[in-house]
Design a protein around this ligand. Structure first.
Ligand code: TYD
Length: 253
């Protein structure tokens, strides 16, 4: 979760390095954050391009941008190790490893806080409808992108990703690479996210069965993706498990 207390205490701690005061007297810190687009935003090409554009339009510098293929073991034992034992952990690992990811390092004043604001709440239904997750998150934990949630986690994540997954080349223009991605996919065909939410709810309410949901999901995803059928089919199954697990949660309460 977004560690707002820590963020506030960092603002108050005037001994923090790299700080600067803006015109309102607030202390700003230049920092880095690790962000990645999750498989929903990788597969749904327009949504990915749109999300990247919103990060760039917010004025953050791009220190890295590229496709990443982390192993299942890395996601399980390193990136999401703190979630082991949670009811959503197995599903989360399968979700995040269901396609490649698009990883960024963004730099800017208060970038962790600002990126978390753009994304908003973890669970799609709780996110503000103007935020990235509120507009494009499919349902439950299928929520477009990951971003480090505190300075401490930001450092930890940057270290493990740099060590095990990404290789940053000096003097490479990653902004140009991100711009090329945006230009390639910003006019790609797009399906309204509401359609996926409706199908998820129909499945939860037993108005349709898993086979019908899969057919509908695959059909919609195919319209907004150039990735292969195997990835799309695997991700459709992730959406089905997500909807069914949320049904179980509702029943339990
Ligand atoms: P978390 O780190 O708490 O959220 P965030 O990504 O906003 O920092 O959770 C990691 C991921 O786990 C989250 O992006 C989606 C998934 N998740 C669920 O599916 N259900 C849940 O109840 C929670 C808390 C997370």
């Amino acid at each position: 979760m977004w560690d707002i207390d820590k963020k506030l205490s960092n603002h108050i701690d005037s001994s923090y390095s790299g700080q600067d005061r803006d015109k309102r007297g607030t202390i700003n810190m230049t920092e880095d954050v690790l962000v990645f687009l999750k498989p929903d935003a990788v597969i749904r090409r327009y949504i990915g391009a749109r999300t990247i554009k919103e990060f760039l339009d917010a004025g953050f510098k791009i220190g890295y941008f590229g496709e990443a293929y982390p192993s299942k073991e890395f996601i399980e034992t390193k990136h999401y190790a703190q979630h082991k034992g949670e009811f959503f952990y197995d599903w989360l690992v399968d979700y995040v490893t269901s396609s490649h990811l698009l990883v960024f390092i963004l730099t800017g004043d208060d970038v962790i806080c600002e990126v978390r604001k753009l994304l908003d709440a973890t669970i799609t239904e709780n996110a503000d409808c103007n935020s990235i997750r509120g507009r494009y998150g499919i349902f439950g934990g299928i929520n477009v992108a990951h971003a480090s949630d505190s300075a401490e986690n930001g450092k930890r994540e940057l270290n493990i990703w740099k060590k095990d997954v990404i290789k940053i080349e000096r003097n490479y223009d990653y902004t140009e690479r991100a711009d090329a991605y945006i230009n390639k996919y910003i006019n790609f065909s797009m399906v309204d996210t509401i359609r996926y939410r409706e199908i998820s709810k129909q499945l939860m309410n037993e108005k349709i069965n898993e086979k019908e949901a899969k057919y509908l999901f695959v059909n919609l995803l195919s319209k907004e993706s150039d990735l292969n059928r195997e990835i799309i089919s695997r991700f459709a199954e992730i959406m089905i498990r997500n909807a069914l697990s949320r049904k179980e949660k509702v029943v339990e309460q």
